[in-house]
Design a protein around this ligand. Structure first.
Ligand code: HEM
Length: 185
């Protein structure tokens, strides 16, 4: 997994859960007292999952709740970090998400074959409704759900989500129906 996911997880831990000490305790609990994650490198997926599991244990927060909340924290920061990938300044949340799979993630994959961003397919159901299909061997739909909410936060839009299919409940992929309830002008 790309270092940017680790970098912002450190920031998330430090901002929300008690500064550098919490992060350092987490690294120690994860079996490595000192580690710097660079935003230009790839690291094993298991390292991120295991940091999240340790954090959930250390802080006594259910794993899915923490990962979802992290996704919401992460998305606006990723969008600022990678602002050059936002090709149209008129995009809002649904327009951006409609351009992630075939656009942004596809470009990332082509430029850096070491990365494997998830497959995200979308269908525009109406001006304010989008169906989003997610497929990834990482099966991180809980992170994705938080990220979708975070995209709404970034654009100042209120989104209503429902997951109608999920790989963790027998589905072949994860499907989200997203409705934009309000837009910021
Ligand atoms: C400028 C915008 C974006 C950029 C540059 C970007 C780039 C990336 C990169 C580099 C990864 C890591 C891939 C790897 O290490 O193999 C990733 C993963 C991911 N991205 Fe994006 N992304 C963007 C927007 C989004 C948005 C808007 C969503 C969802 C609505 C999204 C959903 C995800 C998810 C869930 C993952 C985790 C990996 C997985 O599930 O397999 N991304 N993205």
């Amino acid at each position: 997994m790309h270092g940017v996911f680790f970098h912002f997880f450190k920031e998330y831990m430090e901002e929300r859960y008690g500064g550098k000490e919490t992060w350092e305790s987490l690294l120690i609990a994860n079996g490595c007292a000192y580690k710097v994650y660079f935003t230009v490198k790839e690291y094993p997926d298991e390292d991120l999952i295991s940091l999240m599991v340790q954090a959930s244990n250390l802080l006594d927060i259910p794993f899915a709740e923490m990962v979802g909340d992290y996704g919401r924290f992460l998305a606006p920061r990723m969008l600022r970090f990678y602002s050059t990938y936002i090709k149209d300044p008129n995009w809002k949340s649904l327009e951006l998400m409609a351009n992630v799979g075939q656009g942004i993630h596809h470009t990332i994959r082509t430029r850096n074959p070491d990365t494997s961003p998830p497959e995200i397919m979308t269908e525009r159901l109406s001006q304010h409704q989008l169906r989003l299909r997610y497929s990834s061997p990482r099966r991180l739909c809980v992170l994705l759900e938080g990220m979708i909410r975070g995209v709404g936060d970034y654009y100042g839009e209120e989104l209503h989500l429902s997951e109608t299919e999920c790989v963790h409940h027998g589905g072949g992929e994860c499907v989200f129906e997203i409705e934009r309830l309000s837009t910021a002008n």
